[in-house]
Design a protein around this ligand. Structure first.
Ligand SMILES: [Zn+2]
Length: 210
């Protein structure tokens, strides 16, 4: 009798704790995981999407608005093409500063040309695709750079931007490369106008069914 009167409430308590742990684990997992609709023309470029810096937020140290979303990911995480397209450019330090390595892919989606940008990817691990190569949605295109590789105090992450328009290696805005990560203002161009030449990545992916 002594055992059963104590064992029963303890068993109920343990079962409850176990259920809470299981439910907690499920909700944590679903927070970062993505439901991929394979019929959509677009997808997020990582298998999970945990944003550490949102699109369009002001960044004091950069002195501009963030033109992409930063997604947390460890070094070596696989990066996939967000849609069918053609690899425009692949650049690595020291040719580009701040990104480590960066890749741009041109897409035509629903009659609109856009250029996706994948920054803080790894040159050391190599690129599974080359400039000028046609890629398909979900194709492995790069790996996230390791912490010691992309030259900054930040943790490994993917900087994912979607610029309006075709890929243009020579185009500049405010005297800077078109594919910079933060807005600049100059004569005739405000921070807000510069920001308007990019899409909010999550909004774009979601509005196209991804
Ligand atoms: Zn960023």
């Amino acid at each position: 009798m002594y055992r059963s009167t104590w064992a029963s409430p303890i068993a109920v308590l343990l079962r409850t704790l176990f259920l809470l742990l299981v439910l907690g684990a499920i909700s944590c997992e679903s927070e970062g995981g993505l439901d991929v609709d394979s019929s959509a023309p677009v997808r997020f470029p990582l298998d999970s999407w945990s944003v550490s810096q949102h699109f369009g937020v002001w960044n004091n140290s950069a002195g501009g608005y963030h033109l992409a979303e930063d997604a947390r990911a460890s070094g070596g995480t696989r990066v996939y093409a967000m849609a069918d397209g053609v690899v425009g450019g692949i650049f690595a330090a020291p040719d580009v500063q701040g990104y480590g390595a960066v890749m741009m892919i041109e897409h035509e989606i629903g009659g609109e040309f856009v250029t996706s940008l994948y920054g803080h990817v790894s040159a050391r691990r190599g690129f599974p695709v080359a400039e000028g190569e046609a890629v398909t949605k979900g194709q492995l295109i790069a790996y996230v750079a390791d912490d010691d590789e992309d030259g900054g105090p930040w943790l490994p992450h993917l900087h994912f931007g979607i610029r309006k328009g075709r890929y243009d290696i020579d185009a500049q805005i405010c005297g800077l490369w078109l594919y910079v990560g933060y807005t600049r203002a100059c004569e005739g161009v405000s921070h807000e106008e510069h920001c308007a030449s990019w899409h909010d990545p999550t909004n774009f992916i979601r509005s196209h069914g991804g």
